[in-house]
Design a protein around this ligand. Sequence first.
Ligand code: SAM
Ligand code: SF4
Length: 470
Amino acid sequence: MLLPDRKEEATRDKRKYKTVKYNIDSKSKNKYKGKTFYLKTYGCQMNERDSETLVAMLKQLGFKEEKDYRKADFLLLNTCSIRENAHNKAFGMLGRFKHLKQTRPEIVIGLCGCMAQETSVCEELLKNYKFVNLVFGTHNLDKLPILVDKAFSSDERQIEVYSREQDLVEDLPVIRSNKYKAYVNIIYGCDKFCTYCIVPYTRGRERSRKKEDILNEIDELIKDGYKEVTLLGQNVNAYGKDLYDDYNLGDLLEEIAKKDIPRIRFMTSHPWDFNDKMIEVIGKYSNIMPSIHLPVQSGSSKVLKLMGRRYTRESYLELFNKIKEIVPGVAISTDIIVGFPGETEEDFEETMSLVEYCKYDNAFTFIFSERKGTPACKIEDNTTLEEKEERLQRLNEVVNEGFLKHNQELVGRVVKVMVEGVSEKKDMYYGYTETNKLINFTSNKELIGGDIVDVEVMDAKTWSLDGRSI
Ligand code: SAM
Ligand code: SF4
């Protein structure tokens, strides 16, 4: 049994990590033929991407995917720990699995991902969730075949969670969930340690993939007919810092933009690491989508300091304005936390005024959720949950008005849309604009996924657009 240790998770050193190639033992291939797995994923795009690899590894072992957990032989939850409600959802699902285990004791139940990296979660699983057979973290996902073997062949519970990142593994198998759009990891982990956030502990230090490995993966995707790639990382703007003296996200984006790929996206950008070269490159290439997720978290410099965000309201706005000026037609979206400990009504008003100024194209808004062991837990919090909920509601009203206004400005305009498929709305297709807005539209010719078509916007709602292809 190997349990995570928070102190070790927080440690950073200059130790060089190795890049190694994934290799599956030929004896393991198809070993579980006839068995099925059920996988449920919580959380961010990084987890979704990890699940694409988990699915591929399980299929190499011979498992078939089963969408109904009640019928599966191996049930796995890939979890998220960013906020309390993510925890609650996973524990709720484990509750359902418990009932199943009573009638089908032979099934194997597993939990992996960010929650597994938390000592308190592992302790809870050990004490109160004795029916969970397998727990592994974010640092040994590539060891799934070995772990599955141990879990299926032994009655002992398998808990293997490393506190520190291991080698960076390339050539992991992947079965992508979308045929036209692909996620490509460019950097793992996070070194920012925002005081509220658990990610630096659960995902380890920042480790960039070698540029050759990323570019090769993109070449393969182009060969396979992919039309859009999204470069992924908790903080993509830190790409390369740990590997190269003079090669960053701007350089990487430029090399990718010169390839024959129609759409390039990237997320998430921490404002702190955004440099002029990146903005210039994003503005220069038409296949780099003018859509940037730039989390602000708060409009108050005092709160930003408490959050450890390393920028002020003023420097954020300077960056925001520079991007708007240099990248034509750019859509900027954001994340905001309300009710951070120490946030007064005046601080919240500063967030409201910043949001009114920025008129974001999209915003994800959250109430602060205390994460055990993070520095924010120690800051005095005098605001009640009711007050926080009321602030969130006021904020959402303003941001939603902003989304509608942006969408209304598009009515009558022609936008480029990548077709995703047939819409749930009768006789319509759906897809996304360059600025990542969902649009349902009619077309008088048959379209297939991945086509990029001109669509005239006819109507605007808060969350989507309606149009017709021309
Ligand atoms: N790396 C990204 C960045 O720095 O902007 C964010 C990644 S995090 C998965 C997504 C969002 O979750 C954050 O931007 C933040 O708004 C929110 N978040 C993180 N920790 C939180 C917490 N303890 N309570 C509430 N929201 C939180
Ligand atoms: Fe969390 Fe901050 Fe890292 Fe984003 S940059 S993952 S919010 S610590």
